[in-house]
Structures are given as C-alpha cells and as structure tokens.
Design a protein around this ligand. Structure first.
Ligand SMILES: Nc1ncnc2c1ncn2[C@@H]1O[C@H](COP(=O)(O)OP(=O)(O)OP(=O)(O)O)[C@@H](O)[C@H]1O
Ligand SMILES: [Mg+2]
Length: 344
C-alpha cells in the first residue's frame, strides 16, 4: 500500500526580513530544488507526496491533510528549539515523522548541551565554556584551556557566525570576537579548545543498529593554509577552496576510531534515522566530537550525504527512501500496511 508522505521544510525565501541580523541569516534553510528532489525520490517509490512547508503551515493544514508520515527537514527560524517545533506539533497529533525527536533535536542544536552528554559518555570532545553575557568574559582567566581557542555561536549551523578569524590567539581577540558574536547572533557563544588536526564528517543511517554511510575528509585546497577552518566564507566558495575526499586514505585504526566516535555520539544523543557527525583530530591524532547534525543537508548533487551515498554506489532515491524506511520501522501500523521493499 502506498503512503501519503508530507514534507516539512523552511525555505530560504521565507526567512523573515525583520529578523535578518547578519548576511548569513538564512544560510541553514533549504531551496525549493531540494524539496522537489526529495518529493520526486519519494514518489518514485510509490508514495503520494504533499509539500506542507513550515511550522505555521503545519498548524494550518495538518488536520486537513492527515499524512501517514511526515518527512521532516525543517530547520526552524529562531531559538535553540527551532528544529524541535514541527516534530513536537506532530507528536501532539500523533503523526509519525522521520528523524530525531524534539528532545534530541534541541539537545544537538545547542552545542554546549550536546557536549555535556558527549563528555558524560566518555567520547573525546574539546574542553569548552558557554558565555551568555559579555560580563562573563572576566571569568575567562579561570579557564583551564589554553590558546589557541575556537569561538562560535552556540546554536547555529552551516557555519553561521564562523569566519576565518574564529580561531583565537589571545585575550584581546577573544574579547572582541565574543562581543561581536553576542551582539550579532543574539545567543550564547561557545568557546572551546582549538583542534589542529584533519577534519572528517561522518554520515549515519538507521536507528537501532545505526550504520556509517561514509566518512569524508574535508581538506583545504590552499597550500599556505595548512589547517582548514571550514568557515562561512569557505563553505560559500567550496568549489575553489576545499576538496572532499570520500573515502579518505586513512589507516584502518583511524577509520575505526572515527567510526566509533560517530556511532557512539549518535547513540549517546539518541538520534534516529539519519545524522552527520563532524569530527576533528586533536594534537595527539585522536578523533574528537565537534558537533552532530540530526537534520543534515540533503541537497542532491552537493550535500555531504549525497557524496557519501554516491561513493558506495547508492543513488539519491535510495538514500531518501532509506531514511523513510528507517522511520517506518518505529510505527507498527505503517509497517504492516507497507508491503513495498526498499528500492535498490
Ligand atoms: N574546536 C574547534 N577547533 C578547530 N576547528 C573548529 C572547532 N570548532 C569548529 N571548527 C571549525 O569550524 C567549522 C564549523 O564548525 P561547526 O561544525 O561547529 O559549525 P556548524 O555551523 O554547526 O557546521 P554545519 O555546517 O556542519 O552545520 C568546523 O567544520 C571546523 O572546521
Ligand atoms: Mg559542522
């Protein structure tokens, strides 16, 4: 039996103009091309698809539409609970949906909260401090962490608020940048130890037995700039400034250490169906957790997950339907009615 699948999302063009406090304000949000590609992938696997839209549209239409399940990629607009809003509404109406639940989505979005759970789970992650008010900067001399440091907004994505000067070498740079980020992004900042090593991002699919889809190294193309800072400037000009190596030429030991950090993080934060974990090596070569994205980009052709899937011969339609099937596993009434096999 075919399912009616609603898609929930936030489009770049719907970002409220009055809330734009920076040039990168809408960079996390999606384009209509991505929504159309997800819809086409679901339709090719015999689903009926309804493009619902953002949280306000969900509230308006959900009782009329009554989808069997929602494919959720909504990033939300404001605050650290923005990604949790649609899943929370869907739970109120007992409508199944793909991906992580509201608690996990909020927990992962606030990097300092995620890092507390990660540290408790004995997964390596840089020491950190969350600064909510400018006055707290006076307490910084008590920090046991040493320069260089890295500074970023506490709950953003797509390198919003991360620039080439986010690596901090001394106290005056730290003060200046802390004030700037607090004023521009209107949320706490996260200050953490700078990790000088190589950078990897790891795609994960599944829930009970999550599996690594692929490991991708992100490397600077510049010869002088040895250490990558995968900032907003670099992500915008990615074609010229970074190379993506999937799979990377690493030892079996490093590969299994990276996979362990990724899978352990996914499980510790109780993610579901899909996520992407960003990992960087410390000065000893140990993989550390940087952050996890339970709503990773799914743009066809360019997104990290697309590249990882391609590297193992999995086409985009299969990637999208695997996320849906992983979610269906949670809902017995959908599993019984759904006699289709995952397209291969
Ligand atoms: N502690 C750190 N040490 C060194 N580099 C860091 C550190 N934290 C972040 N970075 C650099 O900044 C980049 C962006 O950081 P992070 O992944 O936390 O931001 P994001 O905006 O959530 O990213 P995404 O686009 O994956 O959502 C990282 O990919 C890395 O290059
Ligand atoms: Mg990241």
């Amino acid at each position: 039996m075919a399912l009616t699948v609603g898609i929930t999302f936030d489009l770049k063009q719907s970002y409220p103009k009055e809330l734009k406090s920076s040039a990168d304000a809408d960079c996390e949000l999606d384009s209509m091309e991505t929504i159309a590609a997800i819809a086409a992938a679901l339709e090719r696997n015999r689903n009926r698809v309804i493009k619902i839209g953002n949280a306000r549209e969900v509230i308006k239409f959900i009782e009329k539409i009554k989808p069997d399940i929602v494919f959720n990629i909504s990033e939300g607009i404001l605050g650290r609970n923005r990604e949790a809003q649609i899943p929370a509404i869907l739970e109120a109406y007992q409508i199944p949906y793909t991906g992580s639940d509201p608690l996990t989505l909020s927990l992962c979005l606030d990097k300092s909260m995620a890092k507390k759970v990660i540290s408790y789970s004995n997964i390596p992650t840089p020491d950190f401090k969350k600064i909510s008010e400018a006055e707290e900067i006076q307490e910084l001399h008590e920090m046991e962490i040493n320069f260089p440091l890295f500074i970023k907004p506490c709950y953003e994505g797509s390198s919003k608020g991360i620039r080439l000067d986010s690596k901090i070498k001394n106290i005056s740079e730290l003060k200046k940048k802390t004030f700037e980020l607090l004023a521009t992004y209107r949320q706490p900042v996260l200050i953490e130890e700078y990790l000088p090593g190589s950078e990897y991002t790891v795609g994960i699919l599944g829930t009970k037995k999550p599996e690594v889809l692929g490991i991708m190294e992100v490397k600077s193309t510049s010869k002088s700039e040895e250490e990558l800072i995968y900032s907003y400037e670099i992500k915008k000009d990615w074609e010229n400034r970074v190379q993506y190596i999937c799979p990377p030429p690493i030892s079996p030991q490093l590969e299994s250490a990276i996979k362990k950090v990724a899978i352990d993080s996914f499980k510790a934060l109780e993610c579901r169906d899909v996520a992407r974990v960003d990992i960087r090596l410390d000065k000893y070569g140990t993989p550390n957790f940087l952050e996890i994205n339970p709503l990773p980009g799914l743009m066809p052709g360019y997104s990290d997950l697309y590249i990882m899937a391609k590297s193992v011969g999995m086409d985009y339609d299969v990637l999208i339907n695997k996320i849906l099937f992983s979610a269906i596993e949670r809902y017995p009434h959908l599993r019984i009615n759904d006699t289709r096999n995952l397209m291969t």
